[in-house]
Write a protein that binds this ligand. Sequence first.
Ligand code: URA
Length: 433
Amino acid sequence: MIAKLVIDKKREGHALGSAEIREFIEGFTAGDIPDYQMSALAMAICCRGMTERETADLTDAMMRSGRCLEWNLDAPTADKHSTGGVGDKLSLVIQPLAAACGLAVPSLTGRGLGLTGGTADKLETIPGYNASLSLDDFSKTVAEAGVSMTVQTDEITPADKKLYALRDVTGTVASIPLITASILSKKLAEGAGTLVFDVKCGAGAFMKTREDALALAKSLVGGAKAAGRRSAALVTDMNAPLGAAVGNANEVAEALAILRGEIDQSRADVGLCIELAALMVSLARETTLDDARKMCRERLADGSAMEKFSAMVKSQGGDLDRFERMMHEPVSKFRVQSMRHGVVAAIDAEKVARVAFRLGAGREKAGDRIDPRAGVTLSVAAGDKVSLGAPLATLERSGGPDGLEAAAAELLKAFTIVPSPIERRGLILERVE
Ligand code: URA
């Protein structure tokens, strides 16, 4: 394989052969193919696209660039991946809920870069929680607690790590085949037999349009099935934040409230947790979706999902009592109030996330410190009536109150309040099975 000829071929719009793709990725991972040739191929893929077969080959080559886990457990294995959104703490509920329904859930997750923290950042606000397990300890936790959430190690898909760093600086992130191979190679290497995807769409999401989100969902599900896994996806709305909390520790507190049954199952975000967990259960256990939904509702209500979450936290060194005490420690707060009577028509997820970031909830570059208590907690949802002076949200952060008032003025711009009622819309936009 001559790298330049492979780049030429893709630039001219031809499909690459399986061996060409495999050898290119092997060469890049080993350092034999330089970054500039990989970047050129990524740009050619961006411009010319890839067939389903090429995308599957690219995914497979990237998956094989590192360690691939295998599970020999009695329970069927499954995981859920979200493309990420504002206030998206759903994994903290869905993964233990699926475990409570008899699945083994190995979930390699990420730290956030940008406006808000990732699932690992949220979990790490629980004092003692180790989100950097070795793969052996990860396997042990899944076997013992039924579920584990930890950061992906460098042993998994090193080709993706190297390639993503290049794509980030060469304008080659926005390509469905490259995004599919990146996400899917990591999830396939994790070894779960069932993979469910929550592809977010809207102002607060990576995919801004419904068409792009649907194309990615189809590509992920098609790729997972081509690799022999059971798979389905939902395309879900991410124009407003999910739930009330946007931050890190406050999101964990909200997830705990859902797991403890303190938030009604009819709330949209709780309903989405049930729907995604039910998809995992129905695919992995070969039951109807209705039976799986019923089981998920019961296991959430009877505390079994909370037990699974507690078992995982304990097994990974975390202390939920200390977390509760931490949440009672004083922080600086500022309340945002409505400037008019009316109905909340929209809450701009991206604007809320920018304010949470400004308070310290996200990191600009890898290694930056996150303030676990920084964030925004909404008091209203789209469709709610508000009166003049009614609370819309509370801003919080550790340390002094400097800057909170200015951040509150920014946050106010996230709310659109209109005089007449609006139609409440559900979160699920599309289903891909
Ligand atoms: N998330 C990933 O892991 N990879 C991409 O390419 C885009 C989003």
